[in-house]
Design a protein around this ligand. Structure first.
Ligand code: PMP
Length: 424
């Protein structure tokens, strides 16, 4: 039954019924969380044996004979660089292994641009009116990094194929635009993977600023949810074909493969940028945590090992995504008040509710004990122009709790829509 075409008396009756159901939910005093993309504790269990692989009785020497207990190896163990290079589809010689967080490496890379600059240009910090492109909806923490450094955040619409490249190509004609955030595979929050054409257009960009960079955050590169995963064209190779070798920085981590906060982060850059970053790291640290790297390569071994491990994650995640998608389908399809993505991987489902209702839905859910990502968080400055997008993160709660949380969510989407239509 479509809400928009419903006679007013019927809508009033429905509203009263929904409100009654909502009150009953509130009395349950739930305390559930679908706010952040954290693995569930059963997923974390999958990696605990890794901790036994580097203990007091283990050999702690790398394949090149390096004692991993000591300082050294600023770029990371060769075997770890090889593994991350395979995951990221970049040459291992261009990979730097960092600490426990790729977001940290992104922050540091922006900081490097601010203080030292890229392509021999003046540091960003000394230039005026810096802008950064933010495909939206997108990842709030990306936007926050460039906001922190004083960039003006410019929203770029997302299409089902990736960022709207007509808009990107036009905006990069402005030399104050210094970069763009991208999550090319199973994007946070839409779950879409950039099409071949979008990747090729990225590789062929001709920005006015020589120091413009694509921040290619492949956080979900092996996080498939189906037997037929999405395929992402290699931006590295496309950039090489086009002779645009220093156009992008590449990031990934094992946060959602092993342990968030205790995983391994990596980045890669074209030869010139790699030199700049390598030099910077030589001042920043005497070396990363090689014991954790050793533990990771012993556990995951190679790309096949990573894929086998991710299949175990998938088995735990699929029922959660199905719970949410089935419920959304049962409760909200055909009502004209919501649409949502059906991702083949990643950590999120992106729901667009009726314009002007997202904040209210999050508020109603919160008051009844279900925490969601703040409405607007997926847009620069936390401002969703249509107040319609909500990021749903189904991975953390156990299926039983998730069912209750999504029940409430669907009820709140309907309640907020009825409320809005009755009080336009
Ligand atoms: N990038 C994206 C797109 C993410 O969704 C996340 C985690 N939510 C991160 C980076 C954070 O990664 P890390 O733990 O490696 O800092």
């Amino acid at each position: 039954m479509n809400f928009q075409s419903m006679p007013k008396t019927e809508l009033e009756r429905l509203y009263a019924e929904l409100l009654e159901r909502y009150r009953r939910f509130r009395d349950l005093k739930l305390n559930l969380n679908m706010a952040r993309g954290k693995p569930g504790s059963n997923q974390l269990e999958l990696s605990v044996q890794m901790l036994d692989l580097v203990n007091s009785s283990a050999e702690m020497v790398s394949e090149t004979g390096e004692d991993c207990r000591n300082y050294g190896g600023p770029l990371g163990l060769p075997e770890m660089r090889r593994l991350m290079a395979a995951m990221m589809e970049v040459p291992e010689g261009n990979v730097i292994i960092g600490g426990n967080s790729s977001l940290n490496m992104m922050f540091d890379t922006v900081a490097c641009g601010m203080t030292h600059g890229f392509s021999g240009c003046a540091p960003w910090g000394g230039q005026k009116h810096l802008k950064f492109l933010c495909p939206s909806p997108g990842y709030d923490r990306h936007f926050a990094v460039t906001e922190y450094f004083g960039f003006e955040l410019v929203a770029v619409p997302m299409t089902p194929e990736g960022p709207d490249m007509d808009v990107v190509e036009e905006l990069v004609q402005d030399s104050t635009v210094k970069g763009i955030w991208c999550v090319p595979k199973y994007q946070n929050p839409t779950g879409i993977t950039f099409s071949d054409e979008v990747v090729r257009r990225f590789a062929g960009l001709k920005p006015a600023a020589k120091d413009f960079r694509i921040f290619w955050d492949n956080a979900y590169c092996v996080h498939d949810l189906t037997e037929e995963p999405d395929c992402l064209l290699s931006l590295w190779k496309e950039c090489e074909h086009k002779g645009n070798r220093n156009l992008a920085f590449f990031f990934a981590s094992t946060s959602k493969i092993t342990f968030p906060g205790a995983g391994i982060a990596a980045m890669a850059a074209g030869d010139d940028d790699f030199k700049v970053l390598k030099n910077r790291y030589s001042f920043q640290t005497i070396g990363p945590d090689k014991l954790n790297q050793l533990r990771h390569v012993r556990f995951l071994k190679n790309l096949d090992g990573v894929r086998a491990h991710m299949a175990r994650h998938r088995a735990l995640l699929v029922p959660k995504f199905e719970t949410v998608l089935n419920k959304l389908n049962e409760e909200l399809s055909g009502e004209g008040i919501a649409s949502w993505t059906k991702p083949n991987g990643g950590y999120f489902i992106s729901v667009d509710v009726m314009n002007g209702c997202a904040k209210r839905v999050v508020e109603l859910c919160g008051q009844a004990g279900v925490k969601l990502t703040g409405a607007g968080a997926t847009y620069p400055y936390g401002k969703d122009p249509n107040d319609c997008n909500i990021r749903v993160a189904p991975t953390y709660p156990p299926v039983q709790e998730l069912r209750q949380a999504v029940d409430l969510f669907c009820l709140c989407v309907r309640l907020a829509a009825a409320e809005k239509l009755l009080n336009p």
